[in-house]
Design a protein around this ligand. Sequence first.
Ligand SMILES: Cc1ncc(COP(=O)(O)O)c(C=O)c1O
Length: 430
Amino acid sequence: MKYYNLKKNEQVVSFSTAVRTGLGDNQGLFFPKKIEPLGDIESLLSLPTKERNFKILSNFVSENLSQEQLTKVLDKTFAFPSKLVAVGEQNYCLELFHGPTLAFKDFGATFMATCLQEFSDGEKITILTATSGDTGAAVAQAFYGIENIEVVILYPKGKISVLQEKMFTTLGGNIRTLTINGTFDDCQKLVKQSFDDQELVKSIGLNSANSINISRLLAQVCYYFDAIAQLYKKGLPKDKRDNVVISVPSGNFGNLTAGVIAKLLGAPIKRFIATTNANDTVPRYLVSGKWEPKTTIATISNSMDVSEPNNWPRIEYMMESGQFKQDDLSGYSATENETKASLKELKTKGYISEPHASVAYFGLNQSLQNDEIGIFLGTAHPAKFKGSVDEILGMDLPLPPELEACVNKSILSKNIDTDFSQLKDYLLSI
Ligand SMILES: Cc1ncc(COP(=O)(O)O)c(C=O)c1O
């Protein structure tokens, strides 16, 4: 499979180049040249997870990874499960937070880190990443201690949960963290500006572990198939099999991009719901056709506080090229009160969740028809948002060991302004 630059179609690269460079010329995103349906989906779904994941991904990476290498990469990436949990009669949560940093980002970050290790030629690489909360921890964990790789993580000062912050700012070693006096969108702009500076790119071997890196999304494609496979195992009647609807809590729209790729590959998903918080650029765009990002608003689902989602061009490309119908996507946005009410409703159904999944559950509730089966994605462990969850649900959530281990450690971050020259000086000083 070749990958081409969505902004400069004549730039066509291999998987390894797409992973190693992150972003193409003119800040263009790389995207697979041709996504073909996988064929016998019933048999694919009945395979053990690792075998199934191998079949899903091999066409995307076979030019650069041997079967043995891909098996090794997948063993590390899928060392932890995704779990489909029933919530009431018609709904399920796909829990994606059973990895080392308790968020769905563990799948993509681990896949990317292990692929890069396979492609390493010993040259120094600097991974520059912006985080709205969970990417930071997943990337830090996936790259911690890897030789020849320096990681620099930017995040908006005071806009992520304390526990999220502790998970990636306390490691030290090859993981460096910078708080930015601005929003997550400002952090993303700084990352993109860095890629525009060719001198910087060359001198520090710049790469990004944000979901602009296509490798991050490929691993995520697999868990959409896994969700359906688990649903079938639970005995989903045949007449419901074409009626599965998935609500994706969306910020940068990487997760939804992966879901749409899964659908194009043949995953039996009827339609998607993209649910955001008040940062609702996409839900508004789906109705009006006008792309009008507003100033980013801080919410309790802070990892989705994004008003200019990086991955939207990939979804738009799949729609414009006729591969994915816009009718198969609807958008909703939840207010803070709706997010809190949904979290409380989930509790009455015996399910303790957190604000991001609760936003997705809200979207499902707005749109699900009686003959449909709904899945909302559980993107983070509730304890990562202990502050909000305890307050809204009136409880005292216990901390899992992964959080307990870092809660009393000191934050090692440095602070800089939203100023590219400050960032550049820092990067050159490493
Ligand atoms: C907990 C959580 N939910 C949802 C999202 C949004 O995912 P995406 O950026 O792929 O749309 C994020 C992303 O940071 C997240 O950390």
